[in-house]
Design a protein around this ligand. Structure first.
Ligand code: ARG
Length: 567
């Protein structure tokens, strides 16, 4: 990659003037304002300041020694010591030619691939998946796809909630209130119903607790009912994942860790990490300004373990089994305290572990009234129903636009558009802000939406239906027009964009990148004739079309969104 080549040569030049420069990060980034150049670096300023040097003088000396004549048209020093690099057209042309041969254009696999675990989706057994799980599922899946594209080894683990006190009530409900016909037609609603019925009746508390204890002690009948509920829920989850095209390497679930919970609490006590407080066992964080008044319970006073204990066991298992460089948890922002505590306790407990632990949290989905998204009758929206509606609305739009298409084709396309729109509206917003769910906006062909990008892709493809594809190996690429250069340079920063997403766990950077790409493509296509141009010019411009199509397709794929040839 050109960017990393400039970076490494800059580093060498700096080393000639600064003794301990290898300690410093010397970064080269795409220019935020193309008027200044293609790439920029502001590294010299911090570097000079730290050593009491004059940044401008340092910059002058470094630029004197910088050998970039083969890559750059110019290297300018601006202001107190910014460096701006402008790339030669020839170098860009070569990069495009090379990208035509790459599996994922403009993306070079990580030089040191990492093992990364992503814990996402993680719905709860016997409950419907709701919109709260949609963000985790869509975001987690996109991060997994992007990290894999960058060459990392990713392990996705669906940590489903398949254990806890609710099973006492569910089992009692199963034994005494179950409507078999209702269970057959809509198992999750029926499980939800029996749970609510038991939960609302205080006189059944004791009986429910008794069923829970029996389950915990391994009672055959209760275990069988419990497994049955997991099975029914998993079928529902799998249907949703199938529609969303989301896969997991593992679905271990909370119950997998039951055998380890006792020993974890014992060990925390033995190491003096945890201690007794009012009958419970807790971990305190006296040295942490944020957590010093927020102890974490690891065993309740009734002797039961909890979410934190299970997550500690999970973390230990993952570290031992996969030796990950990083573990990413994707959940709602309300779990921030839980993960702060969890990560802290784990560091006390295992100070050998050098990997990163990241909580990638997100805000809520709001209804048009600005309140948490609900159905008209005030209930939580079910994910499967949301997907149905997305597809139906897309079907209507596709039928209006293309009445002549076959029914089955309309169905296929509307799935791609409907699900894509839903995913994109989630991924394109800043994950930490709440966003308002708006069907019209997400399905619009204008603006920063999936249908707009999918449409841009179909425009590229339609060009190739009108002309013959050249022999890519033989095309001489010539970039003269400003619009061609602007498009080409943007294409080249695809890999860098994916790296930025991976760094901050923010797929919205990629959405912005793709939106910008589609805009540059439009401007290019409006001002540079392709099909009507003479052969040499046409073929060179077709390279830009082809690469735009491939980057759009790969970029959308990185978001878990498919493309279609027509729409
Ligand atoms: N089941 C939980 C929920 O629905 C999410 C689990 C997240 N993962 C974890 N390791 N705690 O809120």
């Amino acid at each position: 990659m050109i960017q990393s080549e400039i970076e490494s040569r800059l580093r060498q030049a700096v080393a000639q003037h600064v003794d301990d420069a290898e300690q410093e990060k010397i970064l080269v980034r795409p220019c935020s304002d193309p008027k200044h150049g293609d790439f920029q670096s502001n590294a010299l300023m911090a570097l000079a300041k730290k050593r009491g040097m004059n940044p401008r003088h340092l910059a002058e000396k470094v630029v004197d020694d910088l050998r970039l004549g083969d890559i750059c048209q110019s290297v300018d020093i601006a202001g107190p010591g910014f460096l701006n690099f402008e790339i030669k057209s020839k170098v860009i042309e070569e990069a495009l030619a090379a990208a035509l041969k790459e599996k994922i254009p403009f993306v070079s696999p990580a030089s040191e691939p990492q093992a990364i675990i992503i814990d996402f989706s993680s719905p709860n057994v016997a409950k419907p998946m709701h919109v709260g799980h949609i963000r985790s599922t869509i975001l987690g899946d996109s991060l997994a796809r992007i990290l894999r594209m960058l060459g990392h080894k990713v392990i996705t683990d669906n940590h489903i909630g398949d254990w806890g006190t609710q099973f006492g009530m569910l089992i009692l409900g199963w034994k005494t209130k179950l409507n078999k016909a209702a269970l057959d037609s809509d198992p999750i609603s029926e499980l939800e119903r029996i749970y609510k019925e038991i939960n609302s009746d205080d006189s059944l508390r004791e009986a429910a607790r008794y069923e829970l204890v029996k389950l915990q002690q391994g009672d055959e009948e209760n275990l069988k009912i419990w497994r049955g509920m997991i099975e029914l829920s998993q079928q529902q989850f799998d249907r949703v994942y199938g529609r969303l095209d989301v896969q997991f390497n593992e679905t271990l679930g909370e119950s997998f860790y039951n055998p380890y919970l006792e020993e974890i609490v014992e060990e925390l006590c033995a190491k003096n990490i945890a201690g007794v407080s009012e009958g419970a066992i807790v971990v305190r964080f006296p040295d942490d300004d944020q957590l010093n008044d927020k102890p974490a319970i690891v065993r309740k006073s009734d002797g039961a373990s909890n979410y934190t204990t299970t997550d500690l066991a999970t973390l230990r298992y993952r570290v031992e089994k996969w030796s990950p460089n990083k573990i990413i948890y994707v959940t709602d922002g309300r779990q921030q305290l839980h993960f702060q505590q969890l990560f802290k306790i784990f560091r006390f407990w295992n100070n050998q572990f050098a990997g990163q632990l990241q909580h990638v949290w997100f805000g809520s989905i709001l209804g048009p009234d600005g309140k948490p998204f609900k159905t008209r009758s005030g209930e939580t929206v079910r994910l499967d129903e949301l997907l149905d509606e997305a597809e139906q609305r897309a079907f209507k739009a596709v039928s209006e636009k293309n009445p002549e298409l076959e029914e089955s084709e309309k169905r296929t396309i509307s799935k791609i558009i409907g699900i894509g729109a839903l995913k994109y509206s989630d991924l394109s917003s800043n994950r930490q802000s709440d966003y308002v769910f708006d069907w019209d906006k997400m399905l619009s062909l204008q603006g920063n939406t999936a249908p707009y990008l999918q449409y841009a892709y179909t425009r590229v493809r339609s060009i190739f239906r009108k002309t013959t594809e050249p022999n890519w190996d033989k095309v001489v690429i010539n970039l003269d027009a400003a619009e061609e250069l602007s498009l080409a340079k943007h294409l080249m920063s695809f890999g860098h964009t994916l790296e930025m997403v991976a760094e901050d766990n923010r797929p919205n950077y990629l959405c912005n990148y793709l939106y910008d790409l589609a805009g540059r493509f439009s401007r290019f296509y409006e001002s540079c004739p392709v099909i009507k141009a003479g052969q040499a010019e046409r073929e060179s411009r077709l390279v830009l079309c082809e690469l735009t199509g491939r980057v759009l397709q790969r970029g959308l794929d990185a978001l878990g969104i498919q493309v279609t040839e027509v729409m």
